[in-house]
Design a protein around this ligand. Sequence first.
Ligand SMILES: [Zn+2]
Length: 383
Amino acid sequence: MKRDVIRQYNLPREVHFCKKCTISNQRPRITFDENGICSACSFAEFKRVGIDWHERERKLIALCDKHRKNNGNYDVIVPCSGGKDGSFVAHQLKYKYGMNPLAVTWAPLKSTEIGRKNLDAFVASGFNHILGTPNPLVTRKLTQLSFEHLGDPFQPFIYGQTNFPLHMAIKHDVQLIMYGENGEVEYGGDMKNWDSPTREIQDHDKHYFSGLPPEFWLTHGLTDCDLYPFKAPKFADVISNKTEIHFMGYYKFWDPQENYYYSKENVGFMPNPERSQGTYSKYASLDDQIDGFHYYLAYIKFGIGRATSDAAHEIRDGKISREEGKALVKKYDHEFPSKYFDNFLEYCQITSEEFYKIIDSWRSDHLWELVDGDWKLKKAVYL
Ligand SMILES: [Zn+2]
């Protein structure tokens, strides 16, 4: 079976790369200006010169004052996996801005040892914390179905990561949820919230669920009970709770590398001793064994692998040059996540033949060609 990736993700047929970074126009929802610069690069430039960060911090303090309760109840929910970004947000809110946060984590599909250690270290650094763990048998089934039908095994995690904080906000009578960065704005996507601190719950299906909410899987043999932990709370409950979702990246200059140094110093965050497969970095997205397959599928569907995304961020942040970025993409982007491959097959209960059949069904003709039996990208940033 061949998928129509162009139509499904509304992709341009002609591949173009940003003149400043390594990203292409195949990233869903990204836009380019008349000079061939992507929206994420334009935004990175705007962050440096167009924003008064002292003014933004004053806004953050005003937001904290609005939500601070002084009666012992939690003031803010911080979604946090124990990674560098959520840890930075939670620690800053608690220790710099005097808030009483409740940290919430949606359990990884299949944890890594380093991820578990980092989460433990984060909680041990002084946080109240709730871990949401859905039925592992249902999670496994959803992972397998998402891999097969959506070409993204990570989708069940994204459901929980998006909806669990909303449930916890309502349950604990907390009105403020503080995420790290707005990925749509920082990394290229829908720019409608480029100058806004918040996001709308109505956009969740479009931006995070590939248009398919958890209820979709009722047609694939899962029941309402199975899907309940993955579903959003009733919209009326979100509204009557006066829930607000904000991004710390609006209020504080967002720099993942700085977040890493901060978390290492303050919450005992540890990078991997070795780089993550498919890229050169050691400190991002370490907590889930399934993660590498999420990035690998992006490489197959969009020609944009993990190194492309990492290099693009670092070029925008002025850490590396575009030439260095291109070399890193060439070296790592295609690398297969072999470390957890056997675990992945066992977890999804599929054979390697079935795995590759699904992978190849997501290779679009406008990106890929078979050359002497090997799949090759027709266009790459380094060619
Ligand atoms: Zn760019």
